[in-house]
Design a protein around this ligand. Structure first.
Ligand SMILES: Cc1cc2nc3c(=O)[nH]c(=O)nc-3n(C[C@H](O)[C@H](O)[C@H](O)COP(=O)(O)OP(=O)(O)OC[C@H]3O[C@@H](n4cnc5c(N)ncnc54)[C@H](O)[C@@H]3O)c2cc1C
Length: 254
């Protein structure tokens, strides 16, 4: 028998679709009800996420999604899904989902909440990071200053996004180049301590934006929440391998 302690399994709850709403050509919002969202009681992070368990002929497949506005008393939670064509498991499921459909969710996990002692905030990402950015913006006091940069394919994908008056919101249209990185580089950089939240396509985020924030801007690790939420050309399974290889290369164990 191995002495390695097992990681405790995350709590599971069944989510039942109660409504589906188009958020434009690229996203769909599903509202869910649940008989027990108790596992969310201790979750204070605005980027809280769940693992959705999809039953497929090959066995269960896990997909990670930001769980928005969990309301324990009402037993409701919302997830905004990027609809990215016919490939994949979660995107096509979400596009077709109708009231009464159900899915098991494991979690939540999470790692970020806005630090209200920061002098200013930077939010950047693509549509996959938008739900977590929206939740963070909603948690900020009215006097907060900063920037929000969201990369979308074109103007039709822009959404309503509430932010404090001092947090400028810009929608960037993908044109096949590193628009998000270039837009971050072009920002005026106010004095003081910035807290950054950057999540989206992994190559852009981890190989483009991350070195800029850490090496060129010298931000301390503790002030930055940054990760790839998906990787172009990879499913979530093969993206996990990509993340493992990156971590090993960076720790010198590869
Ligand atoms: C902590 C966390 C929170 C996340 N929150 C959200 C969220 O709230 N909403 C959300 O939509 N996504 C979110 N994601 C990203 C989501 O988990 C991935 O996009 C996931 O790969 C989608 O699964 P799938 O079954 O649809 O596609 P997969 O089977 O994983 O991939 C199939 C193909 O689709 C491509 N693909 C996957 N995602 C996208 C995309 N966003 N745009 C274009 N092509 C894509 C892949 O590169 C692959 O070629 C989050 C990820 C993490 C780690």
């Amino acid at each position: 028998m191995s002495d390695t302690p097992r990681r405790p399994k995350k709590p599971e709850t069944t989510l039942v679709v109660t409504a589906s709403e188009d958020l434009g050509p690229g996203m769909v919002r599903l509202r869910f009800s649940s008989e027990d969202l108790g596992a969310f009681a201790a979750s204070t992070q605005t980027d809280r996420y769940v693992k959705l368990v999809f039953e497929t002929p090959q066995g269960p497949v896990l997909r990670t999604y930001t769980a928005v506005e969990p309301d324990l008393a009402a037993g409701t939670v919302t997830i905004d899904f990027v609809v990215h064509g016919t490939e994949g498991v979660a995107g096509p499921w979400a596009r077709a989902a109708a009231p009464g459909d159900s899915i098991v969710a494991r979690g939540p996990g999470g790692g970020y909440a806005p630090d209200l002692t920061a002098d200013w905030h930077l939010f950047a990402g693509d549509e996959s990071g938008l739900p977590a950015i929206r939740a963070a913006l909603a948690a900020l006091p009215a006097e907060t200053i900063g920037y929000t940069l969201i990369e979308v394919p074109d103007a039709a994908h822009e959404q309503t996004l509430d932010a404090p008056a001092g947090v400028q919101v810009a929608w960037l249209h993908t044109d096949g180049t590193d628009v998000l990185l270039d837009a971050i580089k072009a920002l005026p950089w106010p004095e003081g301590r910035v807290q950054a939240f950057v999540h989206g396509e992994a190559q852009t985020v981890m190989h483009g934006i991350r070195p800029y924030l850490f090496k060129e801007r010298g931000l301390p690790r503790a002030d930055v929440s940054i990760s790839g939420y998906w990787r172009r050309g990879r499913t979530e399974e093969t993206f996990r391998d990509w993340k493992k290889e990156l971590a090993e290369a960076e720790s010198g164990t590869a």
